[in-house]
Design a protein around this ligand. Structure first.
Ligand code: CMC
Length: 378
């Protein structure tokens, strides 16, 4: 066996072979199954893209209709899960609520048949259908309200916004939200996908796979950065303060949220699309005072840190889009999770086709042959 050098964070170490997505971090290219993200954002929908990611090909009209139909009729969550969610503290973070609720699905649907394509499809449909309902339900329940039942007349994204706000969304808002989901659906071997794959490699059930990935996505270095961006823009407060804020961060060696990426050394192509979507929303629904601050910050970071390959990532503009859609800041990361379920499940399915349990190694840095010291002598 080849012994390779230790690389913190597994930087540059391949942990799988995959045909799901591809990133060229120097050229700023992202493809799902070979199709550029810009193409999918313009022409596809989140569910069509999910099908592409999971089954490897764009669906025919009939296949897509059947998939959408199944998902539409699986959106409801069991009353016992709703009752469980009502007991969650209203001050708890929605990502923690989502992780617990996703794991709870396993209590109801745990019968595992990982070599049965019908079981795989069933789990995919159930998770894609129910995760948005859980996110919206927690938003209602923490205010003491009952959850809003899914509306069968609405498509995936419009229904989520409806459950969140108790009113049918504007069509442009729903379409833009759907594009956001498409942009976040998959991104090669990131931390939460790796977490999903490690969990999947033990042949546990897909609900445990998704729950462990949700827990990983929650951190501020991964999906949690989109929330932190808004907190940062609030803190900066005005365009005039941008450069002094940046100087201060650089002095303190603290990270500027929404910037930098392990793979992209240019602007993330998803950030470019999201910035454009934010502008479309401002045109229709009015301006956001934070936008100028964000644009100025992006310019300043590019000047100061561009030579180190630090540019805006996907999380930088997504928060501004969600804010304009009236979504509370602490739901930004759960929305990332709604989208990324597609990618996690694509990797789960791919891995099951040729599974081997993840069992890496370590470099031991401790001591040997130490005598046990009785407690009274310590
Ligand atoms: N602000 C300032 N400096 C940065 C930043 C940043 N956002 N990101 C990286 N750097 C610097 C870092 O200080 C280091 O400098 P030096 O070599 O002088 O010590 C160098 O760039 C390499 O950084 P790193 O932290 O070793 O890079 P990494 O590949 O381990 O981390 C990252 C990647 C995304 C965690 C990091 O860029 C970061 O913490 N960014 C801010 C949080 C963020 O926006 N996260 C969302 C990531 S994209 C979506 C997702 O994955 O969920």
């Amino acid at each position: 066996m080849t012994v390779c050098e230790y690389r913190p964070g597994l930087e540059g170490i391949p942990v799988a072979q995959s045909s799901i997505s591809y990133v060229d971090g120097q050229k700023g290219i992202l493809e799902y199954r070979g199709i550029r993200i810009e193409e999918l954002a313009s022409h596809s929908t989140f569910l069509e893209t999910s099908y592409l990611l999971i089954w490897g090909e764009l669906p025919t009209k009939e296949e897509l209709e059947a998939f959408e139909y199944e998902i539409r009729h699986r959106r409801r969550i069991k009353y016992r899960i709703r009752d469980m969610m009502k007991c969650f503290p209203e001050t708890g973070h929605p990502m923690d609520a989502l992780q617990a609720s996703a794991a709870a699905l396993g209590l109801f649907y745990s019968k595992r048949a990982l070599d049965n394509p019908d079981y795989i499809r069933e789990a995919v449909v159930r998770l894609l259908a129910k995760i948005p309902t859980m996110v919206a339900a927690f938003k209602q329940m923490r205010k003491g309200n009952d959850s809003v039942q899914p509306n069968d007349d609405l498509d995936y994204s419009a229904n989520f916004l409806y459950m969140l706000n108790e009113r049918k969304p504007d069509p442009l808002a729903a379409r833009i939200f759907d594009i956001c989901l498409t942009l976040h659906a998959e991104h090669t071997m990131n931390a939460s996908t790796f977490s999903a794959m490690v969990t999947a490699s033990t042949l546990t059930d897909p609900y445990a796979v998704v729950a462990s990935a949700v827990g990983t996505l929650a951190g501020p270095l991964h999906g949690g950065a989109n929330e932190e961006v808004i907190t940062m823009l609030e803190e900066i407060g005005s365009v005039e303060n941008v450069r002094s804020y940046l100087e201060d961060c650089v002095q303190r060696k603290s990270k500027i949220m929404g910037f930098g990426h392990r793979v992209y050394k240019v602007k993330d192509p998803r950030a470019t699309i999201l910035q454009n979507l934010a502008e479309q929303l401002f045109e229709k629904f009015g301006h956001d005072e934070y936008y100028e601050i964000a644009v100025e910050l992006e310019k300043a970071v590019e000047e100061k840190l561009g030579q180190k390959g630090i540019y805006a990532n996907v999380d930088f503009y997504s928060g501004l889009v969600y804010r304009k859609l009236g979504i509370p800041t602490d739901l930004f990361t759960p929305i990332f999770a709604i989208a990324r379920v597609a990618g996690w499940l694509a990797h789960w399915k791919e891995q099951l086709e040729e599974n081997r349990i993840f069992r890496p190694t370590q470099i031991y840095t401790g001591v040997h042959s130490v005598d046990y010291l009785p407690i009274e002598k310590r």
